[in-house]
Design a protein around this ligand. Structure first.
Ligand SMILES: Cc1cc2nc3c(=O)[nH]c(=O)nc-3n(C[C@H](O)[C@H](O)[C@H](O)COP(=O)(O)OP(=O)(O)OC[C@H]3O[C@@H](n4cnc5c(N)ncnc54)[C@H](O)[C@@H]3O)c2cc1C
Length: 403
């Protein structure tokens, strides 16, 4: 007899959601995380509307600001506004958001072990064994790797060796306290006093972008780019930061300064091996263009719990295979489209400028971009509309993106 039906390693959005849903379905569930909660996590904290739809509890207590779209800046400084009076998402601090999700897993009946690191995982024909950093072991019928980009579960069980430099991105995130009035002045929108836009700057870093994601009185400023292009990312970011501070005449107090890697190349080749499956960043579920992973982390957890439920009841690990088909149906197109847009736009500063100039001059293109941001249609369909528009109205500029 195993100690648990399911052990979930990692208590971020993917793991906490998996554990909550497993516990709700009556599975004996253990959720462990190496950190003690509340714990911080380098992140811009932007979550789309779909996150509210996916979660089965309100998140208002941890929402700092509501988002009404995005502003993009080209390398030469063109400003492209994709903002509408409809809410497109929320801004949260991960320390608070993740703590809420972790607690909700506990409320549903999952056993919570924070401050507990998994150092190795093994599986045989009838169970998995997780070795802990204090020398103990714990067993279960199934294990879920929700332990992020450096997943111990994935590496121990041979899913993959790790994310290489051209399949991972590096991101710096600096949180600066500027006061609520300054946040509203810099990021505010005309139709809601507390509402804001997210600002994205193309050009300051190669193969990526710089961002400004506002919170109640703090700005999350950061830069992300593919790891093999990231040699001088800190210098590039600091230079941009100096001009940002000067332009907005602020005296920022740095409250945190961190960096982290994230998967960049789309999903891992395998996400199920025997009695184990991967969710969230451990599975590579991050959009390669935007760097967003929270919605897919949560949704992969929901799908995983559903699949585990049958596997636990029927004591049949082969049933886990259904997981791959289900997440592919939901995310594969978005991951592929995100990757192809990243490849084209991030290719050069010239391409970043061309794409944003097209959006600046053509309201139809701005409208498609807004629909992507607000998820008003699928990425795949919107990409097709974008390509058709560029080919029919802007053929020369469109072709120049490929040279
Ligand atoms: C700088 C930056 C900005 C980002 N901004 C956004 C954004 O605005 N919006 C968005 O949607 N996405 C964003 N992302 C991506 C997003 O943060 C991730 O996709 C998301 O956190 C994935 O959730 P997860 O639960 O899979 O992994 P994580 O949130 O990384 O959680 C993994 C957990 O596993 C634990 N863990 C790791 N190893 C072990 C172990 N051996 N034993 C026990 N526990 C372990 C960790 O402590 C951690 O709590 C950003 C990423 C970065 C780096």
């Amino acid at each position: 007899m195993s100690d648990y039906d399911v052990i979930v390693v990692g208590g971020g959005p993917a793991g906490s959601t998996t554990a909550r849903r497993c516990a709700q379905k009556g599975m004996q569930t253990l959720l462990m995380d190496k950190a003690r909660f509340p714990r911080d996590k380098p992140c811009a904290g932007g979550i789309r509307n779909i996150v509210r739809e996916l979660l089965d509890f309100p998140i208002d207590e941890v929402v700092h600001r509501r988002v009404y779209g995005q502003r993009f800046y080209s390398p030469s400084g063109l400003k492209v506004e994709c903002i509408r009076p409809q809410i497109s998402g929320d801004l949260v601090m991960r320390e608070e958001f993740d703590h809420l999700l972790f607690r909700k897993a506990g409320e549903a009946g999952a056993e919570l072990w924070d401050g507990t690191r998994a150092v190795g995982v093994a599986q045989d024909s009838d169970k998995v064994t997780v070795a802990l950093d204090d020398g103990r072991t714990v067993t279960a019928d199934f294990v879920v790797g929700a332990d992020g980009i450096n997943s111990t579960v994935a590496r121990s069980l041979g899913f993959y060796e790790g994310w290489k430099r051209d399949t991972a991105a590096v991101a710096i995130e600096v949180e600066v306290e500027v006061g609520a009035d300054a946040v509203t002045r810099i990021c505010g929108v005309p139709f809601d006093r507390e509402g804001v836009s997210i600002d994205i700057f193309f050009g300051p870093v190669p193969y990526g972008y710089v961002w400004c994601f506002p919170k109640r009185s703090v700005l999350s400023l950061g830069a992300g780019c593919r790891q093999d292009r990231a040699q001088n990312i800190r210098q590039h970011f600091n230079k941009w930061l100096e001009s940002f501070v000067e332009e907005h005449d602020i005296e920022p107090e740095i409250v945190s300064d961190s960096a982290a890697r994230l998967p960049y190349s789309g999903a891992a080749e395998r996400t199920v091996v025997g009695r184990a499956l991967l969710v969230g960043d451990a599975a590579g579920f991050v959009n390669p263009f935007s760097g967003e992973g929270i919605p897919m982390a949560i949704e992969s957890g929901i799908i995983a719990a559903d699949v585990l439920n049958r596997a636990v009841r029927e004591k049949d690990p082969k049933l886990l295979r259904e997981y791959e088909g289900r997440w592919k149906k939901r995310f594969m197109d978005d991951l592929k489209v995100g990757k192809s847009i990243a490849k084209l736009v991030f290719k050069s500063e010239k391409n970043m400028e061309t794409v944003l100039r097209l959006a600046y001059e053509d309201e139809y293109i701005r409208d498609i971009m807004y629909k992507m941001i607000a998820e008003l249609d699928t990425y795949e369909r919107l990409k097709r509309q974008l390509v058709r528009r560029i080919l029919t109205r802007h053929a020369r500029a469109g072709l120049s993106l490929y040279t």
